[in-house]
Structures are given as C-alpha cells and as structure tokens.
Ligand binder design. Structure first.
Ligand code: S3P
Length: 441
C-alpha cells in the first residue's frame, strides 16, 4: 500500500478559533492510574490517538474494564494496586515510548510476566534507562540487543523500594519508578536534578497516593511515594495538549496575516518552554482566560503572525519543551538571524533521531542548517518563505511530519511529506484542523 503522502502549499493568513486534542501524557496517566484505583473513574477529553489506545488495550488485556460512551467520555473500572493480571499475549505498544516505559514501571511490582513489542521506531529506542532502576527493585528483564524491544519482564513481588537519582532528565523514567513504587512496601524515592513534566506526581496525589515533594540544597526535587497504596477513583478532565497546540501556534506565527486562538491549552509550567522561547523571539502570543481544569492550569492562546528573530536556547529549559524542538526549528528557519540550539542529545532517541532528521528535511526545503552533536545551528530567512520541496522523510515520527507540514505553508513551492500516518499517534484530525484555519493542505 502506498504511504499516504501530503503536500502543503503557501497559504494566506490562517484564522479562527480551535481546540486541540487532549494531552497525551495526561491521557496515558489517566488510564493507568484509573486502572489501579478501586472503583470507576471517568475521563473527559481523553486523547483518542494511537499511543493512548495502545495503553488502553494493554490495560484491558490485564483485566481493567475500559469503555468509551456515546458522548466520548471514558469510564474505567480499576482492579486495585497490584491487581493487574497476567496478559495472555505480548503487549503491543505500537509507536509509544510513554506506554512502554510507564507500563514497565507499573508492572515491575506485579506478580506477572509481560512481553513488550512495538513498531520499527519504538524497537530502536533505549529501554535500559527504565530496566536499570526497575532491576534494582527486583524485576527481571530479557531484552533485545542494546536493551531494546522486544523485551520480556518478570515483575517482583514484593519489590524492593529504592532511592533513585535520575541520570537523564526524563519524566518517563521518573514515572516508571514511582509507578513501580505504588505496589512496593515502604517508600520509593526519585531524585530529579532537572525538573521534568510533573503530571504523574499531580495525578497520583489526586488519586489519594501518599506522595511528597521536597527540594534538596541543590534545588533537586525529591519525590517520595509510599507503597501498597489504595487509589480512589477520580473524575478527570484532560486539558488540550500544548505539544499539539505547538503546530498551529507556529503556523500562525509564520504565515503572514494570521490570527488564531486555541482554547483550553494546558499551561503546566513544565510544558510551556516553547511559548516562552517563541515570545523571546518576538512572537505575539497572548495567554487569555487562565484557569484551572482538573488540577492542571489551562489558558486560551491567541497567536498573531510575527516577525521572529533568532534565538539561542538555554539547555536548562529543554525538558519544558522537549517534544517541541522540531517545530521550534521551523520557526528558527524563518526568523531573522542565526539560531543556536544545544544541549539536546535526548532528541536523538525520540520517535526518530530528531536532530539528524530535522537537519536533513530542513536542507531539503532550502534552509541553511548545520548539525552538531547536541543540536542545530539554523540561519533563518528573516521572514522570506522557504524554498520548499521534498518529499521529506518522516521516519515514523509524528512530530517530524507535522513540523514539515507547517513549514510548507510558509514556502514558495510547498512541501511534500512522505508519510502522514504517524500523525494519528498523537493528533488525529491535524490535517482537517489546519484546513479549517485556511491552510492549503
Ligand atoms: C513524556 C515524557 C517525555 C516526552 C514524551 C512524553 C511523558 O519523554 O518526550 O513524549 O509522558 O512522560 P522523556 O521522559 O523520555 O523525556
């Protein structure tokens, strides 16, 4: 079957008011924690993307009842902490690193054996970062060469509580250890020198887990969870995903004459790095009507086309926009001057090697870019459209596909993307939404 390619063309000003699908990180966690509660939870605004559906399918395969009603609300009957059952077949994680790493943590303190498989992209990604701390807790792993999928795990009961200092700034590793700690006697502790998204901590506390957060003398966060917890079912409202909003935000900035508002976007400060970076580049972005939705801050984001100037990123801010660098690189390619991005080694182990893949695609569409071991140096056009071209190879990476689709809107010849299928992992409806704003796609 031919891959569904896409062509996006130079566009006139984008306009309108839209909302984006639910936050992917929060959606995974809402399903997982609900599956461990005692009783029925209700989740509104769940992201119905392939990654989250992989999590739902895995939890169902282990005994949780998960249903979607006609109004799009999800209902989950939890089995209680430690109550998941041996799955009969391998758990297919598709493209989803979050499903894989968080479920490994969750199952590491269950009395079961599980095999994790995934697509070609996921099967290249490192799992040693989670199997290492989970092994210290007593779980056993047989993984493919390089600590990759397919991988089989034998959970430990009882697991051993650990104190673990994160060697990489990763919310997935932090969450894996905390989730393993849920069914481990005593206190499991994670020390996080650099803050990463804190959705697990917020939501676990909301479910009634005994979780505390302190800071040490160096400012590192120390997160402690008491095991053998009983989680109480919750009603959750999932905010719009700031990582999905990033695409229409940058599209509106780079297409002259645009004025777009995106309602109900998550504004957790561990996720707002892109908005701050763009504002520092001169972007006209207003955060309107700030409010709280189910324990997470949200706002409406109004974006107007802007003349952007080059930027040098602060590597310390990278975790707060870790998924947004591909689209930030597109913004930099249209800014005035030379942008320098560094401290981004983690991008090489995302759904694709996002440094190499973005460098190749940007060159293909006429941008001036230099690849460095930990980032990119990009000479912007100063607002002139990019040349365009393609087909750009997306390597099973949704955010690469959406970034270049956006770039095509501010190009002379348009941009062809080789494969748009991966977009369904995080942003079903992306193309229709861009068309509704007036994009030529
Ligand atoms: C996520 C954490 C990040 C991010 C991913 C989602 C999460 O990964 O890139 O898309 O939900 O915890 P890392 O923790 O590996 O940085």
């Amino acid at each position: 079957m031919p891959r569904p390619a896409m062509f996006t063309a130079p566009s006139r000003g984008l306009s309108g008011t839209i909302s984006v699908p639910g936050d992917k990180s929060i959606s995974h966690r809402a399903l997982m924690f609900s599956a461990l509660a005692v009783g029925r939870s209700r989740v509104e605004g769940l992201l119905e993307g392939e990654d989250v559906l992989s999590t739902a399918a895995a939890l169902r395969a282990m005994g949780a009842r998960i249903e979607r009603d006609a109004d799009g609300v999800w209902h989950i009957d939890g089995v209680g902490v430690g109550g998941l059952l041996q799955p009969e077949t391998a758990l297919d994680m598709g493209n989803s690193g979050t499903s894989t790493r968080l479920l490994m943590g969750l199952l590491a303190s269950h009395d079961l054996t599980a095999t994790f498989i995934g697509d070609a992209s996921l099967s290249k990604r490192p799992m040693g970062r989670v199997t290492e701390p989970l092994s210290l807790m007593g779980a056993e792993f047989v993984s493919s060469p390089g600590g990759r999928l397919p991988l089989t795990m034998r959970g430990a009961v009882p697991a051993v509580p650990i104190e673990y200092c994160l060697p990489v700034a990763s919310a997935q590793v932090k969450s894996a250890v905390l989730l393993a700690g849920l069914n481990t006697p005593g206190i499991t502790r994670v020390i996080e020198p650099e803050a990463t998204r804190d959705h697990s901590e917020r939501m676990l506390a909301g479910f009634g887990a005994d979780l505390t957060i302190e800071r040490d003398a160096d400012g590192a966060r120390i997160i402690s969870i008491r095991g053998e917890a009983e989680l109480k079912p919750q009603q959750i409202i999932v905010p719009g995903d700031p990582s999905s909003a990033a695409f229409p935000i940058v599209a509106a900035l780079i297409v002259p004459g645009s004025d777009v508002t995106i309602t109900g976007v998550g504004m957790n400060e561990t996720r707002t790095g892109l908005i701050k970076l763009l504002q520092a580049m001169g972007a006209q972005i207003d955060l309107l009507n700030p409010r709280d939705a189910g324990g997470e801050p949200v706002a409406d984001v109004r974006v107007r086309a802007s003349s952007l100037t080059a930027i040098e990123n602060d590597p310390a801010d990278a975790p707060s926009m870790i998924d947004e660098f591909p689209i930030a690189f597109i913004a930099a390619a249209l800014a005035k001057g030379r942008s320098v991005f560094r401290g981004l080694e983690e991008l090489r182990v995302k759904e694709s090697d996002r440094i190499a893949v973005m460098a190749a695609g940007l060159r293909q569409i006429g941008a001036m870019v230099e690849e460095t071991p930990d980032g990119l140096i990009i000479e912007g056009t100063g607002g002139e459209p990019l040349e365009g071209g393609g087909p750009v190879e997306t390597h099973l990476d949704h955010r690469i596909a959406m970034s270049f689709a956006v770039a095509g809107l501010a190009s002379y010849k348009g941009v062809t993307i080789d494969d748009m299928r991966p977009v369904a992992t995080s942003f079903p409806g992306f193309v229709d939404m861009m068309r509704a704003l007036g994009a030529s796609a």
